[in-house]
Design a protein around this ligand. Sequence first.
Ligand code: FES
Ligand code: FES
Length: 199
Amino acid sequence: MSKKIITLHVNGKDREVAVDERESLYETLRNELRLTSIKKGCEVGECGACSVLLNGRCVDSCIYLTMWAQGKDIVTVEGLKDETNGDITDVQKEFIKQAAVQCGFCTPGFILKAVEIVGANKPYTRSEIKELITGNLCRCTGYMNIVTAIEHAIKHNMDKLGIPYEVQPATTSFDLPDEEKEKMLKDVLAMQNNDVTKV
Ligand code: FES
Ligand code: FES
């Protein structure tokens, strides 16, 4: 199929690209514009590794056609910066400070999700943050530090807005109620005995 020349607004600049109408935004941004922060994970809209911001909202670029992105403001991690001083954003600083990165494969997607969350200007609680990031998966399972980093980034924003906000203490499975712990233990034992009917 012949390609069409279209213009996309990416990271603050207009970019001309030749695209097949069936091409995903992931393919265009990564393969043609070489924006390699975008990662290919599941390719079915489940993991968030290919996230980009479209008009400030996270979208899975693997299941979004490039043609649909015309006229929209597209941002990838390469285009993130603190508008006040050109430095990296508070979100990125907190991901570094809270060691919220392991292999790094999921990190660009989580950072863009965090930018969206912080940009909502809401004092989200720790459990609300956990709900909000359910569309992003980390194979290294470093969720606790990721949630902490997002909470601290929200705190910076709330401070700027003059809204009181306390970072909550992180909880672990050891903080679960006794009956939850007992159920987890039973599940693990049932799995070890291959008795999945009880899990
Ligand atoms: S690669 Fe797009 S959501 Fe997983
Ligand atoms: S840090 Fe490795 S997949 Fe999340």
